[in-house]
Design a protein around this ligand. Structure first.
Ligand code: PMP
Length: 361
C-alpha cells in the first residue's frame, strides 16, 4: 500500500469486517448452502411476481414508505407511524448505534450476541461491552450487572444468532425495568416469525408501553428475501423521529418496497414456512443428538451443534458431502458449528453425514 496521512477515526481499523456465510465449495459443482440462515424455499410467489412487475419502473426513485409500513402495521396490529424501514435490519442496527452511541459510550450485548452489535459500536467509536451468558442464553442478571451510566444501547437478539436460544417476556421486562435513564434497549427479532404464538416474547407490547424499548425485524429470514435488503424497526415516537433524520432519503430500494408489501400480505406462505422449519429443525436436532453430538435447543431456523475438538473435521466432512455450514469462531464459539435448516432433503443429508462422521451408523 502507498504511504498516506489519511486515517479513519480511531477504532475503525480495529474492526474485523463481517464475513457472510460461504456460498460454494472449491472444486464442488453442487453444494447446499446452510451457512446464512436463509429460507430454503425462497420468497412467496406473490413476492416474486411483485418483483417482476416492478421491472419496468427501475428508472424511478423509490416512493413513500407508507404503504409498506401500513401493511406491516395491519398484519402485526401495530401503529404504522411508529415503523421505520431499513436496508435490511443491519442498517437499522447501524443507524441506531450511529444516532445514540459515540466515543465514551457503551453498547451492551451478551457474550455470544449477533456480531453486528460489536461492529456497529466500533464503527461509531463506542465501546462494545459484553455480559456473560448462562447455558448459551442471554442472562438478564448479568446484563443488568453490566449496565452503567455510560450504557447507551442494549441489544438483545431474541432468539439469538448463532445460539438459537431466547429469553421470555418476564426477563425482557426485567431488563427494561433495569435500564439506566439514558439507555435504549433494542430487541432484535430477526427470527421472531419462526416462533409458535405461545413462544413469542411480547416485544411489540413492550415497545408500545415504554419510551426505552424498540424492536427490529427483517424480511431476510422467513420471508426468503435476503437479497432484497429490507428490515423494519418498531419504536417509540422519539426514536422514530431520530431514525428518519439519520437514514438516507432512499435507503430502501423501490423493488424492496413493492416486494415487501406483497410478501407481508402473504401470511399463508409465512405460516407454511414456519411449520416446515419447526418440523425439520426438531427432527434434525434429535437425529444429531442421536448421532452423539450435543445440539443447543433452537427457536430459530438453524442449529448450533457442538463439535468439540473435532469441529474442523466435522466442517470438512460436511463440505465433502456438499453441505456448507458456518463455523462460529468469530462469536467466541470455536468448538461449535451452525447449520441452517434446509428443506427435507437437505436435513436428511445433514443427518446422514453426521451419523457417518460420528460412526453412529
Ligand atoms: N439480526 C440477527 C440476529 C441476524 O441473525 C441477522 C442476519 N444474520 C440480522 C439481524 C440482519 O439481517 P438483515 O440485515 O438481513 O435484515
Amino acid at each position: 500500500m502507498t504511504e498516506t496521512a489519511i486515517r479513519p477515526r480511531p477504532g475503525i481499523l480495529d474492526i474485523a469486517p463481517y464475513v457472510g456465510g460461504a456460498a460454494s465449495i472449491d472444486g464442488a459443482n453442487r453444494s447446499i448452502k446452510l451457512s446464512a440462515n436463509e429460507n430454503p424455499f425462497g420468497p412467496s410467489d406473490k413476492a416474486v411476481q411483485a418483483y417482476r412487475d416492478h421491472a419496468g419502473l427501475l428508472g424511478l426513485y423509490p416512493e413513500s414508505h407508507a404503504p409498506v409500513c401500513q401493511a406491516i402495521a395491519d398484519v402485526h396490529g401495530l401503529e404504522a407511524e411508529r415503523i421505520v424501514l431499513g436496508n435490511g435490519s443491519d442498517e437499522l442496527i447501524s443507524l441506531l448505534t450511529k444516532a445514540y452511541a459515540g466515543e465514551g459510550d457503551e453498547v451492551l450485548f451478551s457474550s455470544h450476541g449477533f456480531l453486528m452489535y460489536r461492529l456497529s459500536a466500533m464503527a461509531c467509536g463506542a465501546t462494545p461491552v459484553t455480559a456473560p451468558e448462562r447455558d448459551l442464553t442471554t442472562d438478564a442478571d448479568a446484563m443488568i450487572a453490566a449496565m452503567t451510566d455510560r450504557t447507551k444501547l442494549v441489544f438483545v437478539a431474541n432468539p439469538n444468532n448463532p445460539t438459537g436460544t431466547m429469553i421470555g417476556n418476564g426477563e425482557l421486562v426485567r431488563l427494561a425495568d433495569a435500564l439506566p435513564p439514558q439507555a435504549l434497549m433494542i430487541i432484535d427479532a430477526a427470527y421472531a416469525e419462526f416462533l409458535r404464538p405461545s413462544e413469542r416474547d411480547g416485544a411489540e407490547e413492550l415497545v408500545r408501553a415504554r419510551e426505552n424499548v424498540a424492536m427490529t425485524r427483517t424480511f431476510s429470514k422467513i420471508y426468503g428475501l435476503a437479497a432484497l435488503r429490507l428490515g423494519w424497526c418498531y419504536a417509540p415516537e422519539h426514536v422514530v423521529s431520530v431514525l428518519h433524520r439519520v437514514r438516507g432519503p432512499f435507503n430502501v430500494t423501490a423493488p424492496a418496497l413493492a416486494v415487501g408489501e406483497a410478501a407481508i400480505r402473504d401470511q399463508t406462505y409465512v405460516e407454511d414456512c414456519r411449520v416446515k422449519n419447526e418440523v425439520w429443525r426438531d427432527w434434525l436436532s434429535r437425529e444429531i443428538e442421536d448421532a452423539g453430538l450435543p445440539v443447543v435447543p433452537s427457536k430459530g431456523n438453524f442449529l448450533l451443534v457442538e463439535g468439540g475438538d473435532r469441529v474442523a473435521a466435522l466442517d470438512e466432512h460436511l463440505k465433502s458431502r456438499g453441505l456448507i455450514a458456518r463455523r462460529v469462531d468469530a462469536y467466541g464459539l470455536p468448538h461449535h458449528i451452525r447449520i441452517s435448516i434446509g428443506d427435507e432433503d437437505a436435513c436428511k443429508m445433514v443427518a446422514e453425514a453426521i451419523r457417518a462422521f460420528t460412526g453412529a451408523g
